[in-house]
Design a protein around this ligand. Structure first.
Ligand SMILES: NC(=O)c1ccc[n+]([C@@H]2O[C@H](COP(=O)([O-])OP(=O)(O)OC[C@H]3O[C@@H](n4cnc5c(N)ncnc54)[C@H](O)[C@@H]3O)[C@@H](O)[C@H]2O)c1
Length: 389
């Protein structure tokens, strides 16, 4: 059994998500393409790095990312640090000849995303971006149905990702609200997932017309913690929020389909409300992540009288599910998407298969983000091909 040695950077929300999946993956998949060996974890302080390594089962730790990227035994550099350091770390990893698994969005700017793509292409390393919502058995099956032509020509895509995780104005300022550190707000943080799904299931996007808004204009400064785990003093001074709380995008796809993409990080009552509906000439399908173990399908060729949306509950006959459970309906969760993602990462590297979505796909998502920001600022339609990093 070949080992692939992992160097993880960041021990926050996603650092935990990836680590849990590395630990679980060898117990779920059989045969294993390779064994993920948790070699080294890097974070910005000794305390965070040491604690992360101990909690998640890494053999060693380092302060910062350089030692991880240049570690002679590391095969895969896994980037779960905030957006603004993705480029610096990915370019260094590519130069060191390491395969790269990077969280979304690829980068803060389109130019940075292009630099990452170019560096990985030049080094000839494999890349994977953490658009994990593409990995649910329901969405993998949706893609299969579309690729098999079961929905006919695709006419419409309507997708959204709404959360209320940041709807409380007393939630402190963190890297997510700062342009230099995060890039856009709800658009890049949440909308990026929907853009990735739209492009994977329908086609590349041709042009967009977007509207963005920031409802909570300032937030108290954080007194500790990081990201969603930041803490606050009630009397803390306030900082101006620099990016969008919500975005609405009209989309025209290159295959002729029309659609809408929406995202809000302040939508009260919505948790991980990632959902999409696709309508084609012969049928439709609908997915909602809060009910991630269901896919609604409608086929116009079903017999009249019984025709209607029906609910498919994923089981062993659907993509990836059978590795988890032998009977339908047991249900997978958020962590299982990451476990599937990591299985595909190791399989792609060990068996020289194409990884999807790779940095090229991540760059295309960044093009749509850039086009949407320009469109919202200038109140006009923007062609995606005119946005080049
Ligand atoms: N795929 C998903 O569903 C999903 C969900 C949440 C976050 N994300 C993405 O994951 C990334 C991280 O988000 P998070 O919520 O885990 O953030 P977080 O703030 O919880 O964790 C980030 C960690 O990175 C560390 N870090 C920061 N700069 C570093 C550096 N230069 N070197 C080493 N470590 C560094 C921080 O100290 C922290 O421990 C972001 O790109 C985010 O968009 C993806």
């Amino acid at each position: 059994m070949k080992n692939l040695n992992i160097g993880l950077i960041g021990s926050g929300f996603m650092g935990k998500g990836h680590s849990v999946a590395y630990n679980l993956m060898p117990k779920i998949f059989n045969p294993l393409p390779a064994y993920p060996r948790l070699k080294i974890l890097g974070d910005i302080t000794e305390a965070l790095a040491k604690q992360g390594a101990e909690n998640f089962g890494f053999e060693s730790w380092a302060v910062g990312y350089e030692e991880v990227v240049n570690h002679p035994e590391v095969d895969i550099v896994d980037i779960t640090a905030p957006n603004q350091v993705h480029k610096e770390i990915a370019v260094a990893a590519a130069k060191a000849g390491k395969h790269i698994y990077c969280e979304k969005p690829l980068a803060v700017t389109l130019a940075d995303a292009k630099a990452m793509l170019d560096a990985a292409d030049k080094a000839g390393v494999k890349t994977l971006v953490g658009f994990n919502y593409l990995k649910t058995p329901a969405t993998l099956y949706a893609k299969q149905l579309i690729d098999e032509g079961k929905l006919g020509d695709i006419w419409h895509f309507r997708g959204y990702f709404h959360q209320d995780v940041l709807a409380d104005p007393m939630l402190p300022f963190s890297w997510r609200f700062e342009k230099k550190l995060a890039g856009s707000g709800a658009l890049g943080d949440l909308g990026a997932h929907i853009i990735a799904i739209a492009q994977a299931l329908v086609s590349d996007i041709d042009k967009v017309s977007a509207l963005t808004e920031t409802f909570i204009k300032e937030r108290p400064q954080a007194s500790g913690g990081s990201g969603y785990s930041s803490t606050v003093d009630l009397n803390a001074p306030k900082k101006i929020v620099e990016n969008d709380d919500a975005v609405h995008i009209l989309t025209k796809f290159k295959n002729g389909a029309t659609g809408t993409i929406e995202s809000s990080r302040v939508a009260q009552g919505r948790k991980v409300y990632l959902a999409y509906e696709i309508n084609g000439s012969k049928g439709s399908l609908r997915f909602e992540h809060e009910r991630m173990n269901e896919l609604k399908v409608y086929f116009s060729e079903d017999p009249e009288g019984t025709r209607g949306f029906r609910t498919i509950i994923p089981g062993p006959e659907h993509p990836m599910y059978g590795s988890f459970w032998p009977v339908a309906g047991c249900g997978l969760g958020f962590g299982d998407m990451k476990t599937i993602e990591i299985y595909q990462l190791l399989d792609g590297i060990a068996n020289d298969k194409l990884l999807k979505p790779d940095f090229k796909d991540g760059y295309k998502v960044s093009q749509v983000i850039e086009a949407s920001l320009i469109s919202a600022a200038e109140e006009r339609w923007v062609k995606i091909d005119d946005c080049i990093g």
